[in-house]
Write a protein that binds this ligand. Structure first.
Ligand SMILES: [Zn+2]
Length: 231
């Protein structure tokens, strides 16, 4: 077999959806952080279980569980208030794709209320609402603390790789994650790593801190139990 090392590594199924939603193209793999590459591999393997389409719901991208699969839509009229439009479309799309992977990876009681839950919810039988609520509460507090630390890392990062608009966008997305910490953590971290890569900011301390959080989340969902760790 002849291997041509000049051919860049691409994930065509992802590229196709990015083109469909008019997002910014991803850099080739040799320009991407190794952890980000592994998340893109994870997204690429989740993509075949998702139906994609357009909607007029005012959402940049939105996934719904339609067991056994998922459907993900985007509204072409949506304009992000803070993010660079094309970079945000790409990062929002990848956020939704990772939701499908997380939904399958996390171990939790099979009830609709826990669709897309970003934690393992392991409670002793018989499963009660109280036990689930208690399990969620502790992990939600850790998510909140970790995102608070990400906000501090961003605040302390005054390097030239983080523009004022990127800073405002990241803060808006932290707020978004905090509004529903049971659901938006792994996905927002992935989204922001993608967004920062598209802003050529992978070398920033902010990227490195978000990567640390994201590595913990990826390791955890690759395992079959374990609570979120404080970073
Ligand atoms: Zn989400």
């Amino acid at each position: 077999m002849i291997v041509n090392n000049d051919v860049p590594m691409r994930r065509t199924a992802i590229d196709r959806q990015i083109t469909a939603c008019k997002g910014a193209p991803l850099p080739d793999d040799d320009l991407l952080d190794g952890h980000l590459r592994s998340l893109l591999d994870e997204a690429a393997s989740a993509i075949s279980g998702i139906e994609f389409g357009e909607a007029t719901n005012g959402q940049p991208a939105q996934i719904t569980a339609e067991r056994p699969g998922y459907s993900s839509t985007f509204d072409p009229a949506y304009v992000s208030a803070t993010g660079e439009p094309r970079a945000f479309r790409t990062s929002a799309l990848l956020h939704e794709i990772l939701h499908a992977s997380c939904d399958r990876a996390y171990v939790k009681p099979d009830i609709q209320e826990l669709d897309f839950c970003n934690f393992h919810v392991v409670v002793p039988a018989p499963v009660t609402d109280q036990a689930i609520i208690a399990e969620l509460k502790g992990q939600r507090e850790t998510v909140t603390a970790n995102i608070g630390k990400a906000g501090k890392a961003l605040e302390a990062d005054r390097g030239r790789l983080i523009s004022d608009t990127t800073r405002a966008h990241l803060n808006a997305r932290f707020t978004y994650a905090l509004a529903l910490p049971n659901v938006h953590y792994d996905t927002v971290l992935f989204e922001l790593l993608v967004y920062l890569a598209l802003q050529n900011a992978q070398a920033s301390p902010t990227f490195q801190f978000l990567k640390k959080l994201s590595v913990e989340a990826a390791d955890r969902r690759g395992d079959d139990s374990g609570r979120i760790q404080a970073i």
